[in-house]
Write a protein that binds this ligand. Structure first.
Ligand SMILES: O=C(O)C(=O)C[C@]1(C(=O)O)C=C[C@@H](O)C=C1
Length: 364
């Protein structure tokens, strides 16, 4: 390519950027107007709701449907995700607590769902995220709920039994683990590998094959593992890209998870009910009396009404020995007439039924 051609293309890019800039600014002004309208139409004592997950899901879906490339749908939606995040911050800067410390996959999930224009607050434990939301110190919390290799995150499920919380969204993240070392690490003398217990489990076969005799030390998070390695010469950490960048570690081996499709699903928790979008999920907790056939009775109404169950998990109820609660996710919104009637049928058989929330299926 000649210098002249390059110059001409850059002039074109500059002029396109000016238009993009003007359009983004116009969009942002529009969002400010939306905020004004929301404030003006409040009833006495009503609190304005600026963040609208159902609308955000629609916007992102529309972008993906209309995108003609060459950028991929996900890439394009990610750009719009950030534009919308900044527009919302003009209306109301959202505060989001997540399972920290900085650099965890949960932080990456929070950014994927809300974009980067939020005020994010790392918490030391899942229960603290719940408490922070319950206390009203933040608008939303982000917690992991299940991993495709290791299964349920029990701390999260149990926290739902203790706190009244509404699930307002979900996000799925592909989890890639790397073996990370610091600049002072003697790579042929590694005698300890730190990581979160779930991550150590997700890389078990790789560790057995490559570091069979090295001590595996479970710590509170992958980011904590990365932090420890920074100051030690004989250790390594298993963590993701965010933690590697944050603590200035380099990858000794990349993508070491045993299953290449290793993914984690995260939930957004708050106290805001989300209206239907037409493509939603609902999460409920049900406790049944301890008798034969109880689980069957619980599942029959879903089957008979053609409602797609996406997940079922059992946990001890914590209110009696050998009694259990079921965590169930299914397609649909609790305001859909069909779902409503199924929930009514179940509540007649159940000891207790609680709708944790209906929310748009993950778009990104
Ligand atoms: O449509 C709204 O209610 C808006 O506030 C606008 C907007 C957007 O930028 O598109 C911003 C924040 C909301 O979460 C959803 C959408």
């Amino acid at each position: 390519m000649s210098e002249q051609e390059l110059k001409a293309l850059r002039v074109r890019i500059d002029s396109l950027d000016e238009k993009v800039l003007e359009l983004i600014s116009e969009r942002a002004r529009c969002a400010q107007e939306v905020a004004r309208v929301k404030m003006a139409s409040l009833a006495e004592g009503e609190v304005p709701v600026f963040y609208r997950p159902e609308r955000e899901a629609q916007v992102l879906k529309r972008v993906m449907e209309r995108n003609k490339g060459p950028l991929g749908n996900e890439e394009m939606a990610r750009l719009f995700r950030e534009i919308m995040s900044s527009c919302l911050a003009l209306e109301q800067p959202l505060k989001v607590a997540y399972l920290g410390p900085e650099g965890t996959f949960t932080q990456a999930a929070a950014m994927k769902h809300f974009g980067h224009a939020v005020i994010s607050k790392p918490m030391a434990a899942i229960d603290e995220v719940f408490r922070e939301v319950a206390a009203g110190a933040v608008n939303f919390g982000v917690v992991p709920v299940e991993n495709s290799t290791e299964g349920a995150v029990n701390h999260t499920l149990d926290s739902f039994l203790e706190h009244d919380m509404v699930i307002c969204g979900e996000v799925e993240l592909r989890i890639h683990h790397h073996l990370l070392v610091g600049e002072n690490t003697k790579t042929d003398s590694i005698s300890r590998i730190y990581s979160h217990a779930q991550s150590l489990a997700q890389c078990r076969k790789w560790l057995d094959a490559h570091y069979p005799n090295v001590e595996r030390i479970a710590v509170s998070s992958n980011a904590e593992a990365a932090k420890r390695v920074k100051g030690e010469w004989n250790s390594a950490a298993i963590a993701g890209d965010m933690a590697a960048g944050l603590y200035g570690l380099t990858r000794l081996a990349e993508k070491i998870e045993d299953r290449p499709d290793n993914s984690t699903r995260f939930l957004m928790i708050g106290n805001q009910e989300v209206p239907p979008t037409g493509d939603d999920k609902t999460s409920i907790i049900v406790s049944m009396s301890n008798r034969p056939g109880a689980l069957h009775e619980l599942l029959v109404p879903f089957h008979e009404n053609g409602i797609d169950l996406t997940r079922i998990e059992t946990r001890p109820s914590r209110s009696g020995k050998w009694t259990y609660v079921f965590f169930i996710d299914f397609a649909g919104h609790h305001r859909d007439p069909l779902v409503k009637s199924v929930l009514e049928q179940i509540s007649q058989e159940a000891v207790a039924l609680k709708v944790l929330g209906s929310y748009p299926k993950a778009v990104l």
